[in-house]
Ligand binder design. Sequence first.
Ligand code: ATP
Length: 260
Amino acid sequence: MSALLEVRGLEVRAGSQPLVEDVGFAIGRGERLGLIGESGSGKSLTASAIMGLLPEGLTAAGSATLAGTELIGAGEGTLSGLRGRELAMVFQEPMTALNPAMRVGRQVAEVMLLHNTRPNRRAAHAAAVELLDRVRLPDPERTARAYPHQLSGGQRQRVVLAIALANDPALLICDEPTTALDVTVQAQILELILDSTRDRDTSLLFITHDLAVVASVCDRVLVMYEGRIVEEGSTRQVLSAPEHGYTRRLLAASTLEVSK
Ligand SMILES: Nc1ncnc2c1ncn2[C@@H]1O[C@H](COP(=O)(O)OP(=O)(O)OP(=O)(O)O)[C@@H](O)[C@H]1O
């Protein structure tokens, strides 16, 4: 079976300075792949290059195909047709992903109307309320009418997840989606991501530096160090018998207990 996402020789540069080099990996349909590594190792830039959302001044080269469509160097028309549809992303800080001046139900509905996955505003609104319920927000009818500032951080991240899931994407990329939340809320959001991707066979690229999170969410894991992938394997294999010195140090510094 061919992979859903196939990345080959991916490179990100700031002028002549390489920030991500020769990154290659594949994600199968329904597979959950973790991307770990210390701060500054290139995890977010890898995800941004795939999404076509690199900051000004950075350029990507190489290849990343989603179900056969090339993303690197693709025009904005192709990318905006895929983003929010086949390809969705959840970032660390939910407030930056939400429009502060728009009711959250409308924000969920808009992404469906934008991609014509619902026939009209009424159907999109009904689907938005259903989605808010699916991400386990209390009283979804009422929550739909709230503005982002009227919700807690965890509730806002649920709204962001509802937007990401609205058009049933083939690939969901999560970049440290729970880092800004307190511990109990973190666990609930993780469970939600896990349940909603499992339900729909959605593929997941999950960026984190929390090994316990990797252990509970991911089938397979990639380790990045200084812009390159230095280790790759099943989660169990990488966490129980790490080969690269960096992965060993990461593991030694964590409180994770891994059964061999
Ligand atoms: N706009 C930019 N211009 C120049 N260098 C950048 C830019 N954005 C990121 N970098 C550099 O690229 C490298 C990789 O950054 P990236 O954000 O991908 O790291 P990360 O692994 O996601 O880190 P974190 O876990 O802290 O989010 C870092 O050295 C960073 O300083």
